[in-house]
Each structure stands twice: as C-alpha cells, then as structure tokens.
Write a protein that binds this ligand. Structure first.
Ligand SMILES: Cc1cc2nc3c(=O)[nH]c(=O)nc-3n(C[C@H](O)[C@H](O)[C@H](O)COP(=O)(O)OP(=O)(O)OC[C@H]3O[C@@H](n4cnc5c(N)ncnc54)[C@H](O)[C@@H]3O)c2cc1C
Ligand code: SF4
Length: 475
C-alpha cells in the first residue's frame, strides 16, 4: 500500500528548499513530508576531489534528461541541491517596473503581484543566503545587505561616479566575508565549483532541512505525474531506481525547474495550452572595451558590478531592457604596456515568452521534449542598439576600440516561464500565490512561474516567491 504524506515536494533546489524551510518552521512535529529527488547526493567535497582529479564521481548531465531538435541548450544540475551546485551566485532584485511590463510599456504580461508584495521575502532570502551588496541600489530596499559589498575595479569606480545608483557593486551570494561554513570569495573565478565554498549552495546553507525527522528524502526518484480527481491531486507517481512507485499526499509542491515543472503537469493531464508554453531565458552578449592610458585593476569577485543604465525606461516600449555585468575573470590585453587597459562586460537582455517555444511530452514519460525556435524580435532590437548604447554610456571613458561578439551566448542558465503566474487560466497556469488554477492543492515554484523575465538573474526572486507561497498556503 502506498504511503501517505502531508506534503510531497519534488526537487531539492532553491524553489523546493526555500518552501520547505518555511513549511518546517511552522508545521507540527507529527507532519510527514516526502521529498523526491531525481538525482543523487554528490557532496561538495567529492565534487571538489573529482575536479582536482583525485575523485571519480560522474554527475548526470542536464542534456541526458530532455530531448530537443534545437541547437539551444538548457543547462542545470539534476542532483541534490539542483543548480545551486554550479550557479555563479549573482543575486540582484528585480525592479518594481519589471512586474508591470504590460501596464507601463505595453509589451509582454504583467505579474499578478507587485514588487511590494515580495519586498519582505526579498529581505529574508537575502539574509538566508548572506548576500553581499552595496548600501545604495536602484531598487527600493529597507535594510542593508547582510555582508559588505565586493570591491569595484578602477573602471567600475569611474562608472559608479558617473551613474551613481545605476552602477553598483553586484549583490551576490559569493560571500565577501567568511560566514558559517563558507569562506570569503577570493575572486578565483571558477564559481561552477567554488574552491573555498564561498557561494551559497543548498548543501552549505539549507542542507540541514533534509535531516529533519519529519522529512523522508528519496534519491534517484523521478516524479512523473500526479493522479487527480475532482480538480485535486491525490497521489504522485515516481520512478525510484527504475521501479515505479506511488505516494499519496495532501499538498504537492513542484520545484523541479522550468523544464520539469511543466513536464510533470503535462504528464498529469493538465490541458491548459499555456502549460509548457513560453520557455525562454535572457540573451547575453560579451563586449570588450580597450582603453587608452586607463588601467583596469582591482575588484573583489568574478563579476564586480551591475549597470542599470540600459535597463528600465521608455525604450522598453520598443526593445528589451539590458543589465550590464562587469567581468573580473582573469584577462589581459595582448599588447605590450597595455596589459590591463581593458574591461569585459556582458550585456544581458530580457526576452518576452513566446508560446511557440515550448516543453511538450515525448513518447517517453521520463523525457520531456523542448521545441525552441528562437528568441523574440524584442531582444534582437535591443541587441541591435548595443553599439550605439555602448558609445552613449561608456563614451566618457578613454575608449580606444570596442569589440562586440557577433553572437549571443548559447545560454544564460535560466529557464523561465513554462508555468506562468496570472489572474486566470486564460492568461496563466498558476495564481498569484503559485497555486495551480485547476489543481488547488498543487503549488508550482521556480522561475517557470515568471510571466515576464526581466534582464536580471532569477534565483533570488524565485527563492523569495517560495517563502511567500509557503506563508500564503499554510497561513
Ligand atoms: C552554470 C549556472 C550559473 C548560474 N548562475 C546564476 C546566477 O548567478 N544567478 C542566478 O540568479 N541564477 C543563476 N543560475 C540559475 C539558477 O541556478 C537557477 O535559477 C536555480 O537553480 C533554479 O532553482 P530551482 O530550484 O527552481 O531549479 P533547480 O536548481 O534546477 O533544481 C531542481 C531540482 O529538482 C530536481 N528534479 C527535477 N526534475 C525532477 C523530477 N521529475 N523528480 C524529482 N526531482 C526532480 C533536480 O534534480 C533538482 O534537485 C545559474 C545556473 C547555472 C546552471
Ligand atoms: S569568484 Fe572564486 S572564490 Fe568567489 S565564489 Fe567564485 S569561485 Fe568562489
């Protein structure tokens, strides 16, 4: 006979873990929680040994978990902690206008919540991750960041002097001081596996949740679909070590990321045409600026600063917003006497979800199909502006030449918008509290819920939304 649980959680990444944290804080001691994790526990130290060539773990790669005919890649870590293992830890908030793209600029879709609705949860998520960040930000913020900001480089300082709160030390989960078991970031720039454990991961920050007596965590257990009756999910089917199993539950939380949240819903008979539709992410382009007599040195982390000069404004009626990242990965200019007379910036553009890009079922219930044609014209128009925008905003520096990559990066590592949130099932899959419009005991969490994606990194916001969803659902 299948077991019954009060709560069934799918996944152990940010979306699931932030929800679980809040749930366990408030739940009575007799509650039973089942967590299904499709991958394995690959501890940080074992990953590190493998990278150093002294260990032999072989993590499953994202590419083996889905099928596609497109050249576009979707990158994530399908193991305990999800992509917290390999993320870079950039954690800007969204701007208030990001939640009102349609009302303000007539494009895309508004969110059913405002910036103010998640303000307190942003604060909490920043505390939990011990974010390092500056005193002044382009988004409203009532308290300072838990850790001091990383140092800016020489060129960053000039840009900050000119653009003030529109050019800031990047808010980041790469610790600027040792905190807990995390060392302080020393700018070694291999953040996909930080050698000093400086960035927040689920393992080093929330791993203890899974030791709670109320929680049963199953590894190698891939959730397939929910069985529903009368618009309520009754049980979940999963494949554990090759064997099909079932568990009953009162409430189900899907935190399986933008590919798998929608796949599980499609496998559950969700017939909303928006389920799976709109898969997208930001589009990034690198540019190198070479200076005459300006040496760019210093800077405290892999990405030192965020620029907001091309982000919000009337231009969003016509073309995509862009956030700027100032890169501090080791680089030199290959010219004698000018070794450091350059900067590397990444210009990252928001996209608008398009329903023709979508996650669909394949012949195999364990493998979703991703049909992806291209990003929208809105992004292309933004990228077309880049040469003149660089001229406009960086022209006050002694720029000798600019090289802009003629191609977009293959991925920004953010999978968004396959289970969008909104007011009704006509415009979305889930409601403002992340509850499925039809299955009212199913909560869907992660960047799959974003109706518009903004140019900023998604993880701080999705973590804040998970905390909020647990509060709203369980009161
Ligand atoms: C290289 C890289 C760099 C990044 N850098 C940044 C950054 O700097 N800033 C930022 O904001 N974001 C960054 N991201 C994105 C960030 O990692 C994601 O936004 C975040 O991890 C999403 O959290 P999640 O919990 O929704 O999904 P995931 O982290 O993907 O976790 C999903 C979890 O669900 C499990 N799972 C999936 N399907 C099933 C199933 N069917 N059954 C059971 N378990 C399942 C997975 O194994 C995993 O544990 C980066 C990502 C990558 C890959
Ligand atoms: S820059 Fe280096 S020290 Fe800092 S988080 Fe990345 S890998 Fe770790």
């Amino acid at each position: 006979m299948p077991e019954s649980y009060d709560l069934v959680v799918v996944g152990t990444g940010f979306a699931s873990s932030f929800f679980l944290k809040r749930y366990l804080e408030n739940a009575p001691s007799n509650q039973k929680v089942l967590v299904l994790e499709r991958g394995e526990m690959l501890p940080y130290l074992d990953r590190l040994k493998a990278k150093q060539g002294t260990g032999n773990i072989d993590p499953r790669k994202a590419g083996s978990t889905y099928q596609t005919d497109s050249d576009k890649i979707w990158v994530f870590d399908p193991n305990f902690g999800g992509s917290s293992n390999c993320w870079t830890g950039c954690t800007p908030r969204f701007l208030p206008n990001d939640f009102e793209l349609r009302s303000k600029y007539g494009v895309g879709q508004d969110w059913p919540i405002s910036y103010d609705d998640i303000g307190e949860y942003y604060e909490e998520a920043e505390q939990i991750m011990s974010i390092a960040g500056p005193g002044t930000t382009p988004f409203p913020k009532s308290n300072g960041y838990p850790l001091p900001p990383h140092a800016l480089s020489t060129v960053d300082k000039l840009l900050q002097e000119k653009y003030q709160e529109l050019y800031i030390s990047q808010p980041t989960a790469r610790a600027s001081q040792a905190v807990g078991s995390r060392g302080n970031c020393c700018s070694s720039s291999v953040c996909d596996l930080c050698p000093v454990n400086a960035k927040f991961t689920i393992e080093n920050g929330l791993g203890q949740l899974y030791d709670d007596d109320r929680v049963t965590l199953k590894y190698n257990a891939q959730a397939i679909g929910l069985e529903t009756a009368n618009d309520t999910a009754k049980s979940i089917t999963y494949v554990e070590n090759g064997v099909t199993q079932k568990a009953f539950g009162e409430t189900f939380v899907l935190g399986a990321n933008g590919v798998f949240n929608s796949h599980i819903l499609l496998n559950s008979g969700d017939t909303n045409p928006l389920t799976g539709a709109g898969i997208c992410e930001q589009i990034g382009v690198f540019a190198r600026l070479y200076y005459k007599g300006l040496s760019n040195v210093g800077g405290g982390s892999i990405i030192t600063a965020n620029g907001y000069m091309m982000y919000d404004g009337e231009h969003r009626k016509d073309h995509a917003a862009c956030i700027i990242e100032s890169f501090n990965t080791p680089f030199i200019r290959n010219e004698v006497g000018k070794w450091r007379d350059m900067s590397i910036f990444k210009f990252i553009f928001e996209d608008i979800p398009q329903n023709s890009n979508k996650v669909t079922l394949s012949g195999d219930e364990r493998i979703p199909n991703i049909a992806y044609e291209s990003y929208s014209d809105y992004v292309q128009k933004g990228m077309d502006q880049l040469p003149s925008l660089i001229d406009q905003y960086f022209g006050f520096l002694p720029v000798e030449k600019v090289e802009i990559d003629g191609y977009a990066q293959k991925t920004e590592f953010h999978i968004c918008s396959t289970t969008r949130m909104g007011n009704t099932s006509e415009d979305s899959v889930i409601d403002a509290n992340l509850v499925h419009h039809q299955f009212r005991n199913v909560i869907v969490s992660g960047s799959s819920v974003y109706p518009s994606i903004t140019p900023a990194n998604p993880t701080l916001t999705l973590s804040a939304l998970s905390l909020r969803a647990a509060n709203r659902y369980f009161g």
